[in-house]
Design a protein around this ligand. Sequence first.
Ligand SMILES: C[S@@+](CC[C@H](N)C(=O)[O-])C[C@H]1O[C@@H](n2cnc3c(N)ncnc32)[C@H](O)[C@@H]1O
Length: 400
Amino acid sequence: MRGMSDAIRGFIEACRAALAAGTWAKLTLGAHRGADATLRNVIVQPVALRSGDRLSFVYRHATRDVTKNLPPGEGLARVSELLATDFGGAHLFTTEAEIELQPARGRSAARVIRRPPRHDAPAPDTHDHARVRPIDPAGAAWLRTLGVVNAAGRPRDGMSGKLRQIEKFAEILLHHVAEIPPRGDRSLAVVDMGCGKGYLTFAAFEVLHSAGWTPLRVTGVERRADLVDACNRAAAEHGLDGLAFTRGDVASTPLDRADILVALHACDTATDDALAKGIAAGASLILASPCCHKEVRRGLRPPAILDPALRHGILLDRHAELVTDAVRASLLEWAGYDVKVFEFVSTEHTAKNLMIAAVRRPGPARTDAAAHAIRDFAAFHGLRRQRLAEHLGFTLDPAP
Ligand SMILES: C[S@@+](CC[C@H](N)C(=O)[O-])C[C@H]1O[C@@H](n2cnc3c(N)ncnc32)[C@H](O)[C@@H]1O
């Protein structure tokens, strides 16, 4: 027992040194022997939150993960407790060494073993944000001001879906920012079109600021003056320099610079107006989650063979969504972007759950082959006009 305590002490010292040196990549606690039979292991990584540096604990259970962020001192104490009670072994991966706490076996006491690094994971300031909770709900005071969480950092009534959406958006944003080709500096201009109450605009500012993008300018564009004023008040209250909201219409608001363009749940063709603005500004990344799809629903003239499906209103609605977003994705590709379309948040939280993520690629754009594919697709559906195509000067129906 005494040997085990010494080994834990030595191991914790190694953790403390890695934390201080900024070399800690990942700690895994294994050989579970605690009371909770569903707990498999715990992963601990340093994470830089706006509220300060934390150790992020991901408790991996059989069917779910639970994340808790602790200040570094408390976090090390927690690791020590977990090793004394629930876990027999641990591996600390640093950029300089792999350090193992090996459990006692037979007559040999627990011990600490140090090996050369096989983990070239980066040090904490460039850690993988997608794996840890990117926003600390208890530490992000703006979440309270916007009415998403209460003083304890827990979602207010009816806001847990919104919090989930904010966190998922933050993960998606961080993941895709990492795909932007490196530039000479870390300055970034982000525009959020149709930002509403600003939940996702604040989230973008929070995570990009924490990730070290500076100078950072995040602008929310919204046509409702009351929302713009409320968001500007909240940004000022929390001293978030670089975050601002402006009243305007998506289609007519000029953009002097937009490295990242966001348009989430902007109504109907406002999504197309925003996509066109992003393309015109040469945005490196465009994230759009479409809302309603009225324009294409009205314009569809599908072939009779689809009648058994499309005579039903709900199926026609869904088909219009599919055609609209397929045309948008294809036009973005034609305009020079790599495009992914995926589920944003589960339909359990909102029906508006599709995300179009477009990263500008260096290769050729506006090829004839891409244009033909879009026109064939539109022709099959009898679609002659679509707002994004019009913005781009792309004729869907080349027939006179
Ligand atoms: C459904 S809310 C979404 C807000 C926010 N993007 C989000 O996802 O949490 C849509 C917002 O876009 C605004 N909006 C819709 N069309 C717009 C337009 N053409 N120009 C500016 N704002 C617009 C609406 O006023 C509304 O606040």
